[in-house]
Design a protein around this ligand. Structure first.
Ligand code: GDP
Length: 231
């Protein structure tokens, strides 16, 4: 998939204020510092689009990026009526003539958040994921260097229970040797196999080397086609 342009569109504090209309959305989520901003920048080819955070866990808004691709038109999709968008949705910066949105969800699992902020964050994330029908797929980012973390495994289980369409994106592949990378991915998938009969799709990426960029963009394109967004 070729991305003609990408720009920041809006930040919403809650799902009710997400953009109106029925443009397809692809959401990204993961623990703080997993490399989410870097991945969004790498995929869109715009270095400063999503900010790479010096202070992990700061973002507590749902950030929208509007992407234009030559071949996508919002003819129809998973939702016919624009999902939960309503008159509370905020006006978009830069107009609404994009083809699709990338949605940057707040990072979870940041220990320094207070309990109240954690609860609010959880409500925002679950509200978005369960109610936003325009969301075609959720990309769950996992730092490939680490052992499977309980918070991620529980989240994956919750996604499965709720029938959320998602895939796994391993990040920071350049930080490991080829052998260690393959071993870690295999280990992670083996852990997942304990919960899942059929594994979700997975991608191995690096924002440094751009590994996985074409695969991810092609995958997004295939989902758009499946949902009749693309002629
Ligand atoms: P976020 O908090 O999930 O948005 O993570 P960021 O994108 O801000 O990345 C966190 C840190 O990891 C930053 O210092 C990035 O430069 C670094 N980082 C992110 N992705 C990669 C990657 O693919 N390779 C390497 N070597 N570093 C990365």
């Amino acid at each position: 998939m070729f991305i003609k342009s990408a720009q920041y569109a809006i930040s919403s504090p809650r799902v009710e204020q997400c953009p109106a209309g029925n443009l397809p959305e692809f959401a990204f989520i993961g623990r703080s510092n997993v490399g989410k901003s870097s991945l969004i920048n790498m995929l869109t080819g715009r270095a400063g689009l999503a900010k790479t955070s010096a202070t992990p866990g700061k973002t507590v808004l749902i950030n929208y990026f509007s992407l234009k691709t030559p071949s996508v038109s919002p003819v129809r999709g998973r939702t016919q009526d624009g999902g939960v968008a309503n008159d509370k949705s905020l006006p978009l910066r830069g107009g609404s003539e994009g083809s699709l949105f990338f949605v940057d969800l707040p990072g979870y699992g940041y220990a320094k958040r207070g309990m109240q902020q954690r609860d609010e964050l959880q409500r925002m994330i679950t509200g978005y994921i369960l109610r936003r029908e325009q969301m075609m797929n959720l990309f769950l980012l996992i730092d490939v260097r680490h052992e499977p973390q309980r918070i991620d495994m529980e989240f994956i289980e919750w996604l499965g229970e709720n029938g959320v369409p998602f895939s796994i994106v391993f990040t920071k592949a350049d930080k490991l040797s080829k052998g260690k990378l393959a071993a870690n991915v295999k280990h992670y998938l083996a852990e997942l196999s304990k919960q899942w009969e059929e594994l979700p799709p997975h991608f191995i990426t690096s924002s440094e080397t751009r590994q996985g960029k074409e695969e991810l963009l092609d995958y997004i394109e295939s989902i758009l086609k499946q949902n009749d967004y693309q002629q």
